[in-house]
Design a binder for this molecule. Structure first.
Ligand SMILES: *[C@@H]1O[C@H](CO)[C@@H](O)[C@H](O)[C@H]1NC(C)=O
Length: 198
């Protein structure tokens, strides 16, 4: 933590220095469960001196530490538990002046602003926004007999955020007013949407 404060203070005083961190892409959109690699770049003249390098990624909105590399050494002690085992910095790319943070198996709670800080002679940071989508891809249909040759049709699916359910007949007429749709909490903070008709 002290190291981060130290880096932040250095950032305050480096406004006029020539050391600049860039974020080639400031918004990433990723699907729940997929992997994403966030990128920041910084100037490296000649061979990278690992001893002089400090790299950090933090989740800005909740001040969660995601990744720290200080004097060339990774330090996972203060990493927030949300990210345990799902973070990798592609170290070979540091030589090219790229800080590439790979997040695997993206969760809904990973959405938000990430701050990419680099200290290398000077210090600077950029903020990158991550959006997480969870489309309702798999829809499970069903039918329940209600006696007398009558059936209730059902369907359910998981995703995020809450979805609207529309029932149509084969002529695409909207029959949704007879439907009953409920939302429950599904696996891993997803919304489990259950609907039946009539
Ligand atoms: C995400 O990355 C991990 C580790 O590199 C890999 O095993 C997995 O297949 C990747 N998942 C997807 C959805 O690409």
């Amino acid at each position: 933590m002290c190291r981060l404060v130290h880096v932040l203070i250095r950032v305050e005083f480096s406004v006029f220095s020539l050391f600049t961190v860039e974020a080639p892409q400031s918004l990433y959109t990723v699907e729940y469960g997929n992997n994403v690699t966030l990128e920041c770049t910084f100037p490296v003249n000649g061979k990278l001196k690992f001893k002089d390098l400090g790299v950090s990624w933090e989740k800005k909105d909740e001040l969660k530490q995601v990744y720290v590399l200080f004097k060339g050494e990774e330090d996972f002690k203060a990493q927030h538990s949300d990210f345990k085992g799902r973070i990798k910095l592609l170290k070979e790319n540091l030589n090219l002046g790229q800080s590439l943070l790979q997040i695997t198996d993206v969760k809904l709670r990973d959405a938000g602003d990430y701050r990419c800080l680099i200290e290398y002679g000077g210090a600077d940071y950029k903020t990158i926004h991550l959006k997480v989508k969870a489309p309702y891809r798999i829809i499970t249909p069903g039918a329940v007999s209600t006696g007398h040759n009558e059936w209730k049709l059902t369907c359910q699916s998981e995703g995020y955020p809450e979805a609207e359910v529309i029932w149509q007949n084969r002529d695409y007429e909207d029959l949704s007013d007879k439907a009953n749709t409920r939302y429950e909490s599904g696996s891993d903070n997803l919304v489990l949407c259950k609907s039946n008709w009539p």
